[in-house]
Design a protein around this ligand. Structure first.
Ligand SMILES: *Cc1c(COP(=O)(O)O)cnc(C)c1O
Length: 425
């Protein structure tokens, strides 16, 4: 199905139905291969234009009048657009705060609703901020509360039997990343949700590494709660606010622990007593970072336009091609796959393991003997993560990356670098 020669990649690109989307992104340098869209998506050209309109016209010229005209409803409008990407209904998603804060608000609300149960279940693959937030919440809730983590046997997949055995009648909430940030392991959301519901627990999905990368259907899953960020596959820009989802029938049963005025029923009545807004708006807190928030829309529009099915199809092909090349031509140099091989169990990034992963990653980013810069990222202890973002990643970039990995080993280029880690990897 795949071939190892460059011509094969060139042909794949020629026949790619999504190929013209690359033009929609600002690409400063064709000698840079960017494979870190799972950490920070590229800048859509339309966002660049919009930001200058937001600053010059909306802020500069229209000043405070822009709140009514452009800004106030944007949290809901963006929520409704993101809802279409994740299979939710209108008024079930809202843009607010960052993922950590949204997780805190929803997990707190869930614990309050399930006040007779004292356990939260998560897994050892979860993103650290999720675990930190949950640890704080447990401490706040009292000494009888406990956080229980499901394990992995192979460091690539979560052991589903172990997870299921940890979800009991005493579980208030299950908090999982739908796609794991390190290995890219991807849960069957429906199976886990059904299991948790049978035990009387709620489930909160963190979609940060999944939204915009894989098709998600929260409605079909009968999902309770979800959060996720917009600066990864949604291309919203650095620090762009996150989103949260609450299934419609749960919205008025849950209350936010951060009772800010934006979550009040009538913020501009300036009442002295808080009354939660009806619906998902009650999970807003205060004034959003407007410029960052306005920057989200063009990236989401591009995804909606291209269609998640088409995006996922290309993601699977790019990933399978990459795995094929690693196994066919780079295994000899010590590279192995640290992600599930089954595309039904994998998101849109792939971890490659190598004992010299950190220094190889440095050589990719700071080439000494090549004009070509390749940007993946490094994750402890020995993973190089390659993110495939189908709207702007193409096949020749995948081919070139694997060639370059081989060259770095064969010329020992990685030996120019120190093993000492930088702060942001
Ligand atoms: C990126 C990511 C986050 C980031 O949280 P912030 O509060 O936006 O910094 C949280 N959870 C997961 C699973 C992520 O991948």
């Amino acid at each position: 199905m795949f071939e190892t020669n460059a011509n094969f990649a060139i042909q794949k690109d020629k026949n790619d139905p999504l190929k013209e989307y690359r033009e929609s992104f600002f690409i400063a340098d064709e000698n840079t291969i960017y494979l870190d869209g799972n950490s920070l998506g590229r800048l859509p050209k339309a966002t660049k234009l919009l930001i200058s309109e937001v600053t010059e016209k909306q802020w500069g010229t229209n000043l405070i009048e822009s709140w009514n005209k452009y800004w106030y409803e944007k949290s809901s409008e963006l929520g409704n657009k993101i809802a279409k990407l994740i299979g939710a209904a209108d008024n079930e998603v809202i843009v607010s705060d960052n993922t950590s804060t949204n997780l805190y608000k929803l997990a707190h609300a869930a614990l309050r609703l399930k006040h007779n149960k004292t356990e939260i279940v998560s897994d050892v693959f979860n993103f650290p901020t999720d675990l930190y937030i949950l640890q704080g919440l447990i401490e706040e809730a009292g000494t009888d509360y406990k956080l229980v983590l499901a394990n992995s046997k192979d460091d690539i997949h979560i052991d589903i039997n172990d997870l299921k055995s940890k979800i009991t009648q005493n579980t208030a909430l299950v908090v999982l990343s739908l796609v794991a940030f390190k290995s890219s392991f991807f849960y069957n959301a429906r199976e886990i949700t059904e299991w948790a519901h049978k035990k009387g627990a709620l489930v909160l999905w963190d979609l940060s590494h999944a939204a915009g990368a894989i098709p998600i259907d929260l409605t079909k899953t009968n999902a309770d709660l979800a959060v996720g960020c917009t600066y990864k596959y949604l291309n919203g820009g650095p620090g762009s606010p996150a989103f949260l989802y609450v299934r419609k029938d749960l919205q008025n049963k849950l209350t936010s622990p951060i009772q800010g005025w934006f979550g009040d029923d009538r913020p501009f009545n300036f009442d002295l007593n808080y009354k939660p807004a009806k619906g998902v708006r009650r999970f807003l807190t205060g004034t959003p970072p407007v410029i960052n928030q306005m920057a989200i829309e063009p990236g989401v529009d591009l995804l909606l336009n291209a269609g998640m099915k088409n995006i996922h199809k290309k993601s699977v092909t790019l990933s399978e091609y990459f795995i094929f090349l690693i196994q066919e031509i780079a295994q000899k140099n010590g590279f192995t796959i640290g992600s599930p091989l089954d595309s039904n169990k994998r998101g849109s990034h792939i971890s490659v393991k190598h004992p010299e992963a950190y220094r190889i990653c440095q050589a990719l980013i700071n080439p000494q003997k090549s004009k070509l810069k390749i940007i993946p990222d490094f994750r402890e202890p020995d993973n190089i993560r390659f993110g495939f973002t189908p709207l702007y990643t193409n096949f020749i970039e995948v081919w070139t990356t694997v060639e370059r990995l081989n060259t770095i080993i064969e010329t020992k280029e990685y030996e120019c670098f120190s093993m000492k880690k930088k702060v942001v990897t």
